[in-house]
Write a protein that binds this ligand. Sequence first.
Ligand code: HEC
Ligand code: HEC
Length: 339
Amino acid sequence: MKKPATLLTLGCILLWTAAAVVTGQVSNPPLWAYGFTAEGPEPAAPPCTETSKPQDCARAGSPRPKDVVHTLPDAARTFTEYEIHNGYGPADWYPGDHPPMPDIVAHGRESDKLRACALCHLPNGQGKPENAPVAGLSAAYIVQQLQAFKSGLRQSAEPRKANTNEMIQIARHMTDAEIKEVAAYFSSMTWRPWIKVVETETVPKTRPDLNGLFIPEPGGATEPLGKRIIEVPENPEFTEKMRSPRSGFIAYVPPGSLKRGEELVTKGGGKTTACVLCHGPELQGAGITPPIADRHASYIARQLVDMQFGTRESPMMKSVVPRLNEDDIIAIAAYVASK
Ligand code: HEC
Ligand code: HEC
């Protein structure tokens, strides 16, 4: 009597799949939101366990040249490319843009292979699409999230995302005093306009760098955008070579995303709770509810997917995300980033 059991199993699977289609969930973490272009084991992330030193979780890049000197507009200093990318003291181009950095923000702690916060999040905390914007978040929210990384409540739905694995190990290696200090520092920073959202069917052909930042290929080739958001630096050289903390990003989104996103974000569109109810009419957040306006579209999308997959546990967002499909998430992220 094997057959009925098999049929029953098959039936269950079909029903389950149908339910997923009706409620509209994301079936796999979308590659574009996690900085990948292909399924499969490559590029492999290094093994990263609970006891790993943070930098051991990172994909190793080739060393930057020591003899190439860079400048940026209105910056008083010059730096070599090697200095700019120094994980334990990256270039601080505009010291006047921020209060003095706590040591862990400026230098990290080399003895623990804990790289400086300023390397990835930039000295002013504006961040990049492949990591996270941290400027202007409330101190309470920053503390809550660092503790969530530490305790395992916040992980990536894509285990190959090595920089999130590194971030988790960073939080695990921070003392309570350091957590308080960085929360005070990044929450003190005013957000500067950062993301331009453009609806289009065609985008520059890009390649993701080691950490998942999409960079336009030289030569100006284009390709169809399709069902993706592709977020690129406004000035690839400023961002990629110089790590400019003043040069923002362009998020290319499919035509129609902004209108549909507005409906979902402001009214719920029958699929979710209106975001404005908690994040505020201007999506600027309050207290433990973070600001989301004008923040990286691919970061917003990635968080919604992580929350739907449950790898990022969020008691407040739990009821918001379950019925969103990939199109909804693209539309929401596009609209939120455009505010
Ligand atoms: C190697 C790069 C890297 C370094 C160095 C780094 N971070 Fe992160 N950080 C990340 C990534 C990646 C994420 C999460 C992105 C995701 O989940 O998609 C993140 C997320 C965060 C968040 C969550 C933001 C939010 O809106 O929820 C906070 C807070 C944070 N980092 C603080 C810090 C602090 C403080 C330091 C220094 C002690 C630091 N980070 C160093 C890469 C880094
Ligand atoms: C019931 C209140 C509530 C509603 C409705 C809500 N949020 Fe949230 N959201 C929160 C809270 C609180 C957090 C802080 C994280 C946590 O509690 O885990 C958060 C976190 C987030 C984050 C993570 C931000 C970061 O810096 O990592 C994103 C993105 C987000 N919400 C987007 C949305 C969107 C988009 C909608 C509408 C579709 C929405 N939220 C609706 C309360 C809400």
